[in-house]
Design a protein around this ligand. Structure first.
Ligand SMILES: [Zn+2]
Length: 193
């Protein structure tokens, strides 16, 4: 992965390495402020290579893109559960199947250190395996629970909550917090009429 390119794109509330790879992948979907980054194989391929998640040699066809979009849906559901506490069992079952079909690639260094191989993926299968491996590592190192989906319905951006009490709800207090508060205020006002 290209951490500089990932950090620059995510901006504030970026997750630490390597979790930032899963955050960026989850945030590749269409939102109020961002276009879909994986709309078709050619565009998706270009984007994945540009942020260092995939190697320039990767081949991406319709079937591979469909697999990636399915993985993204499942990962977003898993991230959402960090804030809501509600697990999407169907999504987790699909994730389990993807994990079984894509063993996490590990690298053993000369000094005996074992690490997930995070070189830009040369295939869709390798990318899926890596992203699942990153979730595993983040769950072990304790960073996973801080990755959340913004509570603003119009946003739903995956952000990293580094606050002391882990109580963050929005990716940006100024933008999303205010949007939500204004909406709640308006609906209270109309309910009071
Ligand atoms: Zn937001």
């Amino acid at each position: 992965m290209n951490v500089d390119a990932l950090s620059e794109w995510i901006g504030e509330k970026a997750a630490p390495e390597p979790l930032i790879a899963v955050q960026a992948f989850a945030d590749s979907h269409e939102s109020e402020d961002e276009a879909e980054k994986l709309p078709d194989p050619a565009t998706a391929r270009q984007w994945l290579v540009s942020i260092g998640l995939a190697a320039p040699t990767i081949e991406l066809e319709d079937a591979g893109l469909a697999e990636l979009l399915e993985l993204r849906r499942c990962l977003r559901a898993l991230i959402d559960a960090n804030a809501t506490g509600e697990q999407d069992e169907a999504a987790n079952a699909k994730l389990a199947a993807a994990a079984a079909a894509h063993p996490v690639p590990v690298r053993i260094a000369a000094d005996g250190g074992v690490a997930i191989d995070l070189d830009p993926a040369g295939s869709v299968d390798a990318l899926i395996a890596q992203l699942i491996g990153v979730v595993l590592r983040a769950q072990i190192d304790g960073t996973w629970g801080r990755l959340k989906i913004c509570a603003a319905d119009t946003c739903r951006w995956a952000f990293y909550d580094s606050s002391k009490n882990r109580g963050g709800h929005w990716c940006s207090m100024e933008l999303c917090g205010n949007r939500e508060k204004n909406r709640a205020y308006r609906s209270r006002r109309s309910a009071a009429k």
